[in-house]
Design a protein around this ligand. Structure first.
Ligand SMILES: [Ca+2]
Ligand SMILES: [Ca+2]
Ligand SMILES: [Ca+2]
Length: 438
């Protein structure tokens, strides 16, 4: 799943920066300034040996479908309107609205979340607010992102009748309020965000601080607490704290850029104590002196699992409203991250090589090694922690400012744990993606 944009900046306002980079139709009339956008996204996906040959579980009925392959297509159309109205020299009224229409055709995804009968048209963003002297307040349904989306970015899980599970065009939090203050060197936000029903419909209240070290470099800290009335999930009373650094480099060695985040889930509620953690550390080295920016990278990611699923301590990391801004961030592995795991009970090592053949054309290869943190899969014990290895090749091409395309192939060879739980076959997916911003 990817956003239809090329180069992203880090920071909590990333989505706004990204949408500002899109083409659109601008209206400037007196005190009113508005922008109309229309995005179209499409994908054709071809998956083989679903769940390593284990078939598909229909997520709505729980029935096992004996299918080896899935060929399916996804489409969305998303018109949006954002505007501001100047009430004075230092005071602007803000408003935004968007609609997402999405559908799935063909067999549906390999995880059984969406089928060809699924399609939906619904408002996505709908907010009002104001902006004055660095302060900004918005209330309603809106996008919001912390850091690079490790924990807070996607407030709407695209599944069931939503359709378009892989394109995942919806991100907005519902019934939310965000108060922010942004200065040259730092930004601070207080937020109250509600996730959609597919994610559990819980509320996250918290605050975040970003300190900008450079255009693409920042450190930050976040704390939030969760309120939930949903008995189907155990998150009520959870507190989450995280520290992060993004895009850090030494002036004497600018070719080496490192990023990382460390987070814990603590507190208690619903008769459960929370004691989970997740972190990642990555380094990317760009070989200077080439026009094509050849670069190699390594990332270690850890998402805790639970060694005793029957007690009153929940040690399994809950990925909450994690987002995605690029391959593997934070859907890790196009097969494993989309259809098998959701950044929970995993230890992942990955290495990559990427080259910009042209400024608008990037190719790359990514190798992942997936281990289980604790030897269980979906609550069932297994005798090995070796889940599997996923290899991916991709090409991202932006032939014009309005068009984003990708071609990718990813294949997982099961380790002993996946063979024990699912099957012996290599589980693969081939992806074609095309997006146009009018
Ligand atoms: Ca949803
Ligand atoms: Ca989503
Ligand atoms: Ca436990």
């Amino acid at each position: 799943m990817k956003l239809p944009i090329g180069h992203l900046v880090s920071g909590s306002m990333l989505l706004l920066a990204a949408s500002a980079a899109q083409a659109g139709y601008n209206i400037d009339k007196g005190n009113l300034s508005a922008e109309l956008n229309l995005s179209f996204g499409s994908a054709a996906l071809f998956s083989r040996n679903l769940n390593f040959g284990g078939g598909v579980i229909n997520q709505r009925t729980g029935e096992l479908e004996d299918r080896e392959n899935a060929n399916w297509q996804e489409f969305f159309l998303a018109p949006s309107l954002t505007g501001s109205y100047s009430l004075g020299p230092e005071l602007d009224l803000l408003a935004g609205a968007s609609v997402v229409a999405a559908t799935t055709t063909g067999d549906g995804d390999p995880a059984g979340f969406t089928y060809s009968s699924d399609s939906d048209v619904a408002t996505e963003q709908l907010y009002l607010g104001f902006e004055s002297n660095g302060w900004r307040f918005t209330a309603g349904d809106q996008d919001f992102m912390i850091g690079n989306g490790f924990i807070v970015m996607d407030g709407n899980l695209d599944q069931f009748e939503d359709a378009a599970f892989w394109l995942a065009p919806r991100h907005a939090f519902k019934d939310s309020a965000v108060l922010s203050y942004t200065a040259d060197s730092y930004g601070v936000q207080g937020f109250s965000l509600k996730t959609d029903g597919d994610l559990g419909g819980y509320r996250m209240n918290g605050a975040n601080l970003d300190y900008y070290l450079g255009e693409y470099s920042m450190i930050g800290a976040m704390g939030l607490g969760i309120e939930s009335n949903n008995d189907d999930i155990t998150v009520d009373g959870m507190e989450v704290y995280s520290l992060r650094g993004i895009g850090l480099a030494l002036p004497s060695l600018p070719e080496l850029v490192v990023s990382g985040e460390y987070a814990i889930q603590t507190g208690s509620g619903d008769g459960m104590d929370y004691d989970a953690s997740a972190w990642y550390a990555q380094a990317e080295y760009t070989f200077s002196g080439f026009d094509t920016n050849p670069r190699i990278g390594y990332r270690h990611s850890y998402f805790s699992g639970d060694n005793d699923l029957g007690d009153n301590t929940q040690k399994t990391w809950n990925s909450l409203a994690k987002g995605y801004i690029d391959w593997d961030t934070w859907v890790i592995g196009e097969v494993t991250g989309n259809y098998l795991f959701n950044n929970s009970n995993q230890v992942i090592n990955e290495v990559w090589v990427k080259v910009d053949l042209k400024p608008n054309l990037t190719i790359g290869a990514i190798h992942h090694d997936f281990k289980l943190d604790e030897k269980n899969i979906y609550g069932a014990p297994v005798s090995s922690d070796d889940f599997g290895k996923e290899n991916m090749l991709f090409m991202d091409w932006y032939p014009s400012e309005n068009i984003a395309t990708s071609v990718a192939y990813s294949r997982v060879s099961p380790g002993d744990a996946a063979k024990e739980f699912f099957g012996d076959d290599d589980f693969s997916v081939f992806e074609l993606y095309f997006a146009y911003n009018f």
